[in-house]
Structures are given as structure tokens and as C-alpha cells.
Design a binder for this molecule. Structure first.
Ligand SMILES: Cc1ncc(COP(=O)(O)O)c(C=O)c1O
Length: 391
């Protein structure tokens, strides 16, 4: 009855079952996986956010495949404030970055063709690709302590096949927090040109860098050497995932770029998925981003500073990160990361992601969200330390 694309078990896993049991028994779980910003105690200007939705033009239905000019101009304005020139005619609005991925897979790949994805990285790729009939081929990010993560270009060369259509970059990456470097962009452009591949840059965490570094590539919206798609959206830029607004900025050699834009128009026109009130609210919401981002960055910095101090001189190693919403801890290898994560949940009521959720290449890592309130984060962190020091 059902399509073969759907290949997942709907049974709940051991973590989900254990969490349910814990909740039934009334346990207070310290959730260090919480990455929903709307549940993390930030002070959103609710009146301004909700007030912006009540605008008279939203009563008119104006189907526009790329999205309404007012919203696309505010996206272009966001880049212009960061020093990039973006033509609003090359912006396509989507309901989310996830939907942007699905549009790009429809645009670039036939059933069974592949795209390259970084490893470790965002776990949703598996589902986003499989639901479009697209294969994923991983390339590796290598970690050297304390210098950080870099792209393993040999693994890119090994992963590319004749039916590969694109390379996905996540900058900064989830969960490693690593930015693409300037010199890596040159190499990526060369590989893409040689193998006729598009570059897809997921920059949802782009505003959450820790300090400045001139080696970082910045946004790829100006990358015109190869066909390039940059994605982002309000779920991270404004920490408003419930408002459902993402976008794609297309760039590249003019002929190819324009063909891509026309085809994206066609795909977007089939769905017309972004609500008018959301589009009309975009300029007002965009103006709130600095105050919302400042709160998030300050929380992230506090949690990270605490974690750095707490893990110094401990059996835990905090991996170097340059940005994003996550921290990665390396644990002693006498247990697997699944055993560590289950023990923490079972015995200490602490929920943390084991590294294999993100396809870390070796054991044993835990990934923590840096968004939880600092009391929760520190209490959870202390319990992790105590558990590791006990064994
Ligand atoms: C790297 C990355 N890309 C995309 C998304 C999804 O964003 P959206 O809510 O816009 O679909 C996330 C969500 O956590 C993410 O971590």
C-alpha cells in the first residue's frame, strides 16, 4: 500500500520509552537536548511579533511563487546589513529550511541520484533526502584538538559518483559548530566545477558565531563561481520556528543561475506554501532579530564558559566550536555513547544526545544543546561530570 521511500520503523526507541517511563514516575528530567528556543525562557517581544500579523494587506490572496516582494526585500535587507548584496529576484521564500531542502532536491536530483553531506551533521538529512528519493553520500569533517574541524577533501573526492548532483555545507555546522573557511570555499568551487555539482549552503546558524575570525568564509550568497544555493530562515535567525519562514538565495554563473531560478519558481508555484500574514510580518520581525539573537548568544556563551571551566582537568573533553547552538563532549571510551546516554537518563535524569545521532565517526561523544536555562544546564552538566568521574 505504501511507498518504498518510507523505510523507518514507527516503534519508539529505547530513549523515548525510558523518557516516557521517567515522566510517568514524576521524575524531573534535565533536558540538555532542548533546542526549541520558544521553550528556553527567552524574552520575546510578543506584542510586536503578534501585532505584525494583523495587517490589512493579508486579506488579499496574491499568489507569488517567489514570495511577496515585501518579504523578499526584507531578506535582501538582512544580507545587506551584513555587507552582502542580494537581488530580491533571486530569493525564494519557503515555509522552512527543511522545505527549502526538499525544493532543492526536486530541482537538482532524480530518483536514486546523490548529494554529498557532511559527517557528523544534522540528522534530518536522512529523512529529507529519502522522502525525495535522493541518496546521501557522506564526506568527513575531521577534528584536531584544539584547532577544530576541517573538511576532508579526500573524502569528498571518494564520495563523488557520476550521479552526484550537489555538495551540502552547513556553516556553522550542527552540531560541531564549525564554519566553512575561506580557503575551503575555493577548493569546494573547484571540486564542484570539475564534477558539475551545485553547492548548497545551510547557513541557519550563521548569526551565531563566537567572536570574529578572518578565516571564516561568511555567507556564500555572493559565491557566483558555481551554482550556489544559500538557505536560512526565521527558525534560527529570529528563533521563531513556529512562524514558518525560510528562504533560498540562488547565485552562480548567470545563465545557469537564471535557469535554476525559473525552475525554482515552478516548484514553489506548485505549493505556494508561505502564509500571507507571515510574509507581511517579515520586515517588522526582521527588525527584532538583534535583540533576540543577543539573548541567545549571551545564554550560549554563559553555558559554554561554564562547561569549559567545569570540564577543564576532568575526564571529559569539550571539543572546540566556533558557533552554533551545540557543544560536543568527548567521554572516556570504557562505555559506548549509547551506554553513557542511557545511564545518564536512567540514573541521573539527564537527557543528552549520543554522538551517533549525528553520525560521529567514532565513540564516545555527547552533544548538548546550549539553549537550556543556565541553572538547568549547569545542574545537568554537573551530573554528567559526577557520573563520568564515578566510573
Ligand atoms: C542545520 C539545520 N538546518 C536546518 C534546520 C531546520 O530549520 P527549519 O526549522 O527552518 O526547517 C535545522 C534545525 O535545527 C538545522 O539544525
Amino acid at each position: 500500500m505504501f511507498s518504498k521511500r518510507f523505510k523507518w520503523s514507527l516503534e519508539s526507541n529505547r530513549f523515548a520509552r525510558l523518557i516516557e517511563e521517567k515522566k510517568r514516575s514524576g521524575a524531573r528530567i534535565l533536558d540538555l537536548t532542548e533546542s526549541n528556543p520558544t521553550r528556553a525562557g527567552f524574552d520575546y517581544p510578543a506584542e510586536e511579533i503578534l501585532g505584525a500579523l494583523a495587517q490589512a494587506p493579508s486579506m488579499l490572496y496574491e499568489p507569488a511563487p517567489r514570495g511577496l516582494p515585501v518579504a523578499r526585500e526584507s531578506v535582501a535587507g538582512y544580507y545587506s546589513e551584513r555587507g552582502y548584496s542580494v537581488d530580491p529576484e533571486r530569493v525564494h521564500l519557503t515555509a522552512s529550511t527543511s522545505e527549502a531542502y526538499s525544493f532543492l532536491f526536486k530541482l537538482l536530483a532524480d530518483h536514486g541520484q546523490s548529494v554529498l553531506v557532511p559527517q557528523p551533521s544534522y540528522p534530518l538529512f536522512e529523512f529529507l533526502a529519502a522522502l525525495e528519493g535522493v541518496e546521501l553520500r557522506p564526506y568527513e569533517l575531521h577534528y584536531v584538538h584544539p584547532a577544530g574541524w576541517r573538511i576532508d577533501f579526500d573524502s569528498i573526492e571518494k564520495a563523488v559518483e557520476s550521479n552526484t548532483r550537489a555538495i551540502i555545507l552547513v556553516s556553522p555546522n550542527n552540531p560541531t559548530g564549525s564554519f566553512t573557511k575561506l580557503r575551503e570555499v575555493g577548493q569546494l568551487n573547484e571540486v564542484c566545477a570539475r564534477h558539475d555539482l551545485a553547492l548548497i549552503a545551510d547557513e541557519v546558524f550563521g548569526d551565531y558565531g563566537f567572536g570574529d575570525d578572518e578565516n571564516r568564509a561568511g555567507s556564500l550568497v555572493s559565491n557566483d563561481s558555481v551554482l550556489t544555493f544559500v538557505m536560512s530562515g526565521f527558525s534560527k535567525v529570529l528563533a521563531l520556528p513556529q512562524m514558518k519562514l525560510g528562504w533560498i538565495v540562488t547565485n552562480g554563473p548567470a545563465g545557469l543561475r537564471d535557469q535554476a531560478v525559473e525552475r525554482l519558481d515552478f516548484i514553489a508555484d506548485t505549493f505556494l506554501s508561505v502564509a500571507a500574514p507571515v510574509q507581511h510580518s517579515a520586515p517588522a520581525w526582521m527588525r527584532l532579530r538583534r535583540s533576540i539573537q543577543a539573548q541567545i548568544l549571551s545564554r550560549i556563551q554563559d553555558n559554554l564558559d561554564w562547561l569549559r571551566d567545569a570540564t577543564d582537568d576532568s575526564p571529559l573533553r569539550l571539543l572546540s566550536a566556533e558557533g552554533g547552538w551545540y557543544a560536543t563532549l568527548e567521554l572516556p571510551r570504557q562505555f559506548t555513547e549509547e551506554e553513557w546516554a542511557l545511564a545518564l537518563l536512567e540514573k541521573d535524569d539527564v537527557l543528552a544526545h549520543p554522538g551517533y545521532f549525528f553520525d560521529f565517526q567514532r565513540e564516545a561523544f555527547l552533544v548538548l544543546s546550549l539553549l537550556p536555562r543556565s541553572e538547568t544546564f549547569c545542574e545537568g552538566g554537573e551530573r554528567i561530570l559526577a557520573r563520568v568521574e564515578q566510573v
